[in-house]
Design a protein around this ligand. Sequence first.
Ligand code: SF4
Ligand code: SF4
Length: 177
Amino acid sequence: MGSVKDYFKGFASGLSSLVQGMQVTGKEFLTKKITEQYPDNRLDHPAADRFRAVLTLKYDAEGHHKCISCGMCQRSCPNGTITIESKMVDLPDGKKKKQLVNWLYDLGSCTFCELCVTNCPTSAIEFSNDFEQAVFTRSLLVKKLNYLPEPDLTAAAPASPAAAPNSQAAAPTETAK
Ligand code: SF4
Ligand code: SF4
C-alpha cells in the first residue's frame, strides 16, 4: 500500500506531464495556420519529375510511338498489369510486320516497379508524374495507352509503281506471350 508521500509524488508527476502536454497544445494553438487549398493550388505544388504515378506510351510531335509490340514489358511485369495485343500486317513491299492494336495497362494492379520501362528495347514507355488518377470505378483504371490511331502500314507508298497492290490483309489480333 502506497504512502501519502508516494501519492503526492505521483500527483506531481501527472501534473508535470499535463503541463508539458498543454505547452505543446498552446504552442500549436498560437502558430500561424497553413491550409493547403488543394486542388486549387495544384500548380504550386507539382509532383517530383521522378514520381511514378502512371505508365504512359511516349508519342512524338508527329503522333508516332516507338512500340514494336515485342511484348517484353508484358513478360517483365510481375503481376499481369500489361496486355499487348498486336496483329500481323502485310506491308506494301510484300513483307509482314507486327503492328500494335491495343496497349492495355491496369493502373489498379501496378506496383510501380518500373521493370517494364527498364526492359523496353525501344524506350517506348515511361512513367508520368500525373498523380491525379482517382476514379470511382476500378474498370476505369484499365487504360489503353495507344490512344491515337495506329498508322495504316498496309497503305502503298505514293508514286511507287513497283509497290505490291494486294496489301490489305491483316491477321487476327494476338496477345504477346
Ligand atoms: S517492351 Fe516496349 S516495344 Fe516492346 S511491347 Fe512493351 S512498350 Fe512496346
Ligand atoms: S511498373 Fe511494374 S507492375 Fe507496373 S506495369 Fe510496369 S512492370 Fe508491371
